[in-house]
Design a protein around this ligand. Structure first.
Ligand code: VGL
Ligand code: ZN
Length: 199
């Protein structure tokens, strides 16, 4: 369950269109999952990905950082804020791990495996391997950012990855969702409908 947090739901600081539609299929899938991992975007105040940190810059623009281009966002998922909380309807009671990412002031992390500097590791790959888990069923927000990067890094780590198409939604800036789906398909990410699991 990737980043199903208030700020990414309708009315939130970085609302994903129709974002709350993922909650029902996710909850149904979670009942069948042998193990549940939840991620939470968890930024300090003044995080480098916030446009407000960069004078003259607007949300949805970008800046160059030492590790590459960084997209700029409205302030979102600030540690301890209501917007950073998991969606109230999300059924997380079976989760074995709640992984917080994007916690370094100067480094973003869309991926649940590897931060945007492509060097700092979250520990998730080792966690999954130590538990003998080989196949990830990806759900949550947003298809074109945190889902995309998490899926690609999972493939690079050798995991099988299944994207549940009705349990994800995207931000979709300039066609980024269709590009993300294409990129994931090329990386060997399988795509299914939740009914295929939740039969
Ligand atoms: C996300 C933009 C900024 C996401 C997180 O969860 O997809 N997108 N931070
Ligand atoms: Zn973020």
């Amino acid at each position: 369950m990737v980043d199903v947090q208030n700020d990414f739901l309708p009315g939130g600081a970085l609302a994903v269109p129709d974002g709350d539609a993922v909650i029902a299929p996710i909850n149904r899938l979670a009942r069948h999952a042998p193990h549940v991992v939840v991620t939470q975007d968890w930024h300090p105040t003044g995080h480098v990905s916030f446009a407000s940190r960069h004078p003259g810059k607007m949300p949805f623009g970008k800046i160059a950082l030492p590790y590459g281009d960084q997209a700029l966002w409205p302030d979102h998922c600030v540690q301890g804020s209501p917007g950073a909380e998991l969606a109230p309807g999300l059924e997380v009671s079976r989760a074995g791990l709640i992984l917080r990412k994007g916690t370094q002031p100067g480094v973003d992390s869309y991926s649940a495996f590897l931060e945007a500097d492509r060097t700092a590791r979250t520990g998730l790959a080792a966690y999954l391997r130590e538990r003998g888990l080989t196949r990830l069923v990806l759900t949550g927000l947003a298809t074109d950012f945190c889902i995309l990067w998490t899926a690609l890094d999972a493939r690079a780590e050798g995991f099988d990855v299944v994207l549940v198409e009705d349990a994800v939604r995207g931000i979709d800036a300039d066609g980024s969702v269709s590009r993300a789906l294409e990129t994931m398909a090329q990386a060997g990410v399988e795509r299914i409908h939740s009914q295929a699991i939740d039969a």
